[in-house]
Design a protein around this ligand. Structure first.
Ligand code: C5J
Length: 223
């Protein structure tokens, strides 16, 4: 593969140096995508997120073939909940709260089956997994240090959900100076309107905090 590629993104094409580019996959966990997890306890139809799996798997395979740095994130908390603010624990009226026992173990707790990444996108041993207590992947994590260590300047971002953890992370990354290309069909939301708006607001105003491209455009640039 060549050392760089140009993605036919919106609002404008973007040329990326692959050595300085990482694939960042946000929270593709059973807790969000499968019945019985955190997402469902909030009253969501978790089947809405499955559409992102195929596009992410395709880009992940290409990234692995190219030797791109791959980083996976997982939202969740320590078993004693010391990293979970009371304001988060008490939020809303879920059927089960964070830390309660559910069919996939304790809801949104590190080490439980529901907290793990779905089998289709399971990290390889040589890939980085960042455990994050918040919606943004930079808050209270080592992510920025890891990206700096590898000389990363550009992020291909995908995962769930578009308007929550993907958007929060892209905003955090943009403020830290990373160019973020969000893979539109590699993101999904429980709310289709929020997915569309979540992508639209990233690329508006000349790309106010990033670029958006379909997986096909990303794969074409990687080929
Ligand atoms: C949410 C996430 N939606 N990963 N988390 O609570 O987007």
């Amino acid at each position: 593969f060549s050392a760089s590629g140009t993605i036919d993104a919106e609002p404008a094409p973007i040329a990326l140096d692959w050595v300085a580019t990482a694939l960042l996959i946000i929270d593709m966990q059973r807790d969000f995508l499968e019945p019985g997890g955190f997402g469902e306890t909030l009253g969501n139809d978790v089947s809405r997120l499955g559409r992102a799996v195929g596009p992410i798997a395709a880009v992940l395979a290409a990234a692995r073939a190219m030797g791109l740095l791959v980083v996976h994130t997982r939202e969740g908390h320590l078993p004693d909940l010391t990293d979970a603010p009371p304001a988060k624990l008490a939020r809303g009226a879920p059927s089960l709260r964070i830390g309660d026992p559910g069919p996939m173990g304790r809801i949104l707790i590190r080490g439980e089956p529901g907290h793990d990444i779905i089998p289709e996108l399971y990290p390889r041993d040589d890939e980085i997994v960042i455990d994050k207590p918040g919606k943004g992947a930079f808050f209270a994590t080592e992510l920025d240090d890891v990206l700096q260590k590898y000389g990363i300047e550009n992020l291909l971002v995908c995962g769930v959900t578009t308007e929550v953890c993907v958007n929060t992370t892209v905003r955090e990354a943009n403020d830290r100076g990373y160019r973020c290309v969000v893979i539109g069909d590699g993101c999904a939301s429980y709310f289709p309107d929020f997915h569309d708006a979540g992508l639209a607001m990233i690329k508006a105003q000349g790309g106010i905090f990033g670029w958006v491209a379909d997986s096909a455009a990303v794969l074409a640039a990687m080929a």
